[in-house]
Each structure stands twice: as C-alpha cells, then as structure tokens.
Design a protein around this ligand. Structure first.
Ligand SMILES: Cc1cc2nc3c(=O)[nH]c(=O)nc-3n(C[C@H](O)[C@H](O)[C@H](O)COP(=O)(O)OP(=O)(O)OC[C@H]3O[C@@H](n4cnc5c(N)ncnc54)[C@H](O)[C@@H]3O)c2cc1C
Length: 400
C-alpha cells in the first residue's frame, strides 16, 4: 500500500499521536500537520487543573519539546486554519496555500459551546476553557475575593470551580439539568462530588437554567430562569462541546454529530481518516463520541497503523479522570446502558455500573486500587459478584 504524502488537520492530542505513530511505524514519506493554534501540540487536561491554578508552566503542557517535530521531519504548520478540503483534487486549502495529499487525517477536535451573545455571552469577563489562550485570558482574572459564576455542572466547570476556590474566589455553579454530572455519572457519584464542593463552600444550584448574563460593558451577574439574580464579575462557561466537523461536512463526508468513521477510523472516503473528539465512532453497537485523552491517543494510533495497512479495528478501552481539590476521580469503562449501580462504601467509595450481570464501568472516588482492578476486570470482560463488591471487607484484589 502506498501512503505517499500524509496531511493531518489539527495539531492537538489526536493529530500529534497520529503523526508520532506514523513515524514510529516507519512512514518515511512527507508528513504535514496543520494546526490553527499557535502553540505546538499540548495536553489539555491541565488547562482546567494545574495550569489554571498557576502550578504548571507552558513548557510542561507540551506533548513533546518544540524541536521534536522538525527532528521527526514532521512539517508542523501552526497558526494556520485549514479552510477547505477538495476531495476530487486531493487538496486542502490554507489561506493562499494549497497542500496536496494522498492520505488525509482529520483531527480537528471540538469547540466549546458558548452562551449566545444575545443573552450576554460576549460580555467581557465571560470565558470558555478549551485552548491555552482561553486560560491565559482567564487566569489573570481569577483573583481572591471575586465572584465567579460557573455555567454548567460538568467536569470542566466543576474543575474550574475547585481551582477558583483554591485561589480564594466565591463560586456559584448553575446547572440547568436536574443535577450536576447528569450526562456522565450516576446520581451517587454526583452526590459525592456535590458534597465535596459544598464542603468547600461552593454554591451549587441545580435544575435552573440561565436566563441571561447581565452587564453593560462587563459581566456583573446573571439572571436565572426562575428570576433569581446572582452577582458575578467573572463567568466560566462549561456547557459541553460541539465536534469540529464543519470541514468534513462541507467536503460531503457523512457527519452526524461528529465525523462518521468505521472501526478502522476511516471515513466514507478511503483517502480520509479521522480520530479524536471530532469523530463519531462505533462502540458496543452504538455510534458515539468519546471526549478523552485515552480515545484521542488510541484511536489516532490505530488510524496511523491502519493507514500503513494494519487493517486492525480499534476497540476503545475508555478511561477518564478528573481532579477536584484533593480528590482524584478515576473512571474506567463507559456506563452507557447500565441498569444499576453497586456502591462499594467507604471514605473513598467506588461506584460499579452493571447492565444485568455485566460490569460496564467504575467510578473510583479517590481509590486508585478500585480503578485499576475495575479497569482490568472490564478489559478482560469479567464481571464480579455485586454482593462481594458491596462488601468493604472484601479485598478487591481477590477478584483478579
Ligand atoms: C480543559 C479540559 C480538560 C480536560 N480534561 C480531561 C481529563 O481530565 N481527562 C481526559 O481524558 N480528557 C480531558 N479533556 C479532553 C481531552 O483533552 C480531549 O478529549 C482531547 O484533547 C481530544 O484531542 P483531539 O486531538 O481530538 O482534539 P484537540 O486536542 O481539541 O485538538 C484539535 C486541534 O485541531 C485544531 N483545529 C480545528 N479545526 C482546525 C482547522 N480547520 N485547521 C487547523 N486546525 C484545526 C484545534 O484548534 C485544536 O488545536 C479535557 C479537555 C479540556 C478542554
């Protein structure tokens, strides 16, 4: 199979992982990676954690030292958005430049949803958390005593809330859904995280949407759907992301809330592959998106191998983590389709999701061992007896 000239659009986690794997697996041909951000490929998870807190410098965010890309003969073009794909000519357009490709990889990630400008979303003081430039704008505003409104009780908003408390801000989180973490975690996990934030004096308001953000020249607060008003001079909006699939859609590729790929990471066009947050991929009989570092790396590496002819389907082994205050929440598996949650009680509990007798996922709330054992069981397709799991006296190791 000839792979020729490979162009990767997006220089984030998935793009970088694909590029590195292509070189590691022996692709010696031209390899171009185009990114619209100016920073070389970097990891995003610390953005809402240590980088926002000021405990991690930019050079430690980088996935590889800056010189690495040239050493690997990866032609990294930064600060240049790809504007369009011409599939019949096998070309992509960046400003005045046109790049020919034999193989194209879409690794365009996702964009944060914003509060519409019509209800105050463009007021100074309103921030999103996706790019390092977002944090460089937000961090100087996180000064003690200010009032921060977090719109959205998902992981990103809750991590920002935890950092803000550590920095001495007053924090209110509003969540339109009946509870925080509604999309991703069981009520038991949400209860634990809510209690943690309340112990740190974060006000959490659930089941009430935002009516509008208030202010003339700058954010001064918010009015909620029930008429309540909240004062705030700063807001972090964490209401999820939209996959960056516009280029693919404009090029006529199937897009359905993500660039549709098969188990090999290939789109409907055999010359075009995709990986990471922008993709809609098959998993356990569903088509879904996985927004995680694990998926960005593993899917991109599978795509690299498949471009070079491996013909190996990618089977996601989801895992995820979130740091809030001193808690490390670790999640193995995906709880999609669970019908019950088995609680393993204790100061660092774990919540085990089952569909019938099949273990699907575990949320380990500060218990690294439960996470590791749960992950191994799920990956091996083994399901422990729920009654044993619920017994805190039972040594989890005996399940392996
Ligand atoms: C604040 C934050 C915290 C997170 N925490 C965790 C965590 O704790 N654990 C975890 O597993 N995951 C976490 N994630 C998710 C994880 O970072 C993403 O799943 C991962 O970065 C996805 O990689 P990606 O390469 O698909 O997308 P991205 O990393 O977003 O990279 C895509 C890149 O493509 C660029 N691009 C888009 N369109 C174009 C174009 N037309 N031309 C050129 N370039 C383009 C984008 O600007 C971006 O640089 C977090 C994400 C954020 C934002």
């Amino acid at each position: 199979m000839t792979t020729g000239r490979i162009v990767i659009i997006g220089a984030g986690q998935a793009g970088a992982s694909a590029a590195m794997k292509l070189r590691a697996l022996g692709h010696r041909g031209p390899l171009v990676m185009v990114g619209d951000e100016t920073a070389p490929p970097y990891q995003r998870p610390p953005l809402s954690k240590k980088y926002l807190l000021g405990e991690m410098a930019m050079d430690r965010l980088l996935l590889r030292p800056e010189a690495f890309w040239a050493e690997q003969q990866i032609d990294l073009r930064l600060g240049q958005p790809v504007l369009s794909i011409n599939r019949s000519a096998q070309e992509v357009r960046l400003g005045d430049d046109v790049l020919r490709y034999d193989t194209l990889v879409l690794a365009t990630g996702a964009e944060p949803r914003r509060v519409p400008a019509a209800i105050g979303g463009d007021l100074p003081g309103v921030h999103v958390v996706r790019r390092v430039a977002d944090i460089d704008a937000l961090a100087p505003e996180m000064t003690p005593g200010r009032r921060l409104l977090v719109v959205g009780g998902g992981y990103i908003g809750l991590e920002a809330a935890a950092v803000a408390r550590k920095l001495g801000l007053e924090v209110t989180v509003i969540e339109a859904a009946p509870r925080i973490l509604g999309r991703v975690a069981a009520p038991e996990t949400a209860d634990f995280i809510r209690a943690l934030h309340r112990r740190h004096e974060v006000e959490i308001i659930e089941g009430v949407g935002l009516d509008r953000l208030l202010g003339d020249t700058r954010l001064t607060g918010a009015r909620l759907a029930d008429g309540r008003q909240i004062a705030a001079s700063l807001a972090v909006v964490g209401i999820g992301v939209e996959p960056s699939a516009g280029l693919a859609a404009a090029a006529g590729l199937p897009v359905a809330g993500g660039v549709v790929v098969d188990a090999f990471g290939r789109t409907a066009d055999p010359a075009i592959w995709a990986a990471g947050d922008c993709t809609l991929l098959p998993f356990r009989g569903h088509q879904l998106r996985l927004e995680s570092v694990q998926n960005a790396i593993d899917q991109a590496e599978a795509v690299a191998a498949n471009i070079l002819g491996a013909a190996r389907p990618y089977h996601p082994k989801p895992w995820f983590w979130s740091d809030q205050y001193d808690l490390k929440l670790q999640i193995a598996g995906l709880n999609l389709g669970h019908d019950r949650v088995v609680i393993r009680p204790g100061p660092t509990p774990s919540h085990w999701y089952f569909a019938g007798d099949t273990l699907l996922a575990v949320d380990a709330l500060g218990d690294a061992r439960a996470y590791m054992i749960g992950k191994r069981l799920i990956e091996a397709g083994r399901s422990p007896d729920p009654a044993m799991l619920a017994d805190p006296a039972m040594d989890l190791k005996s399940l392996l």
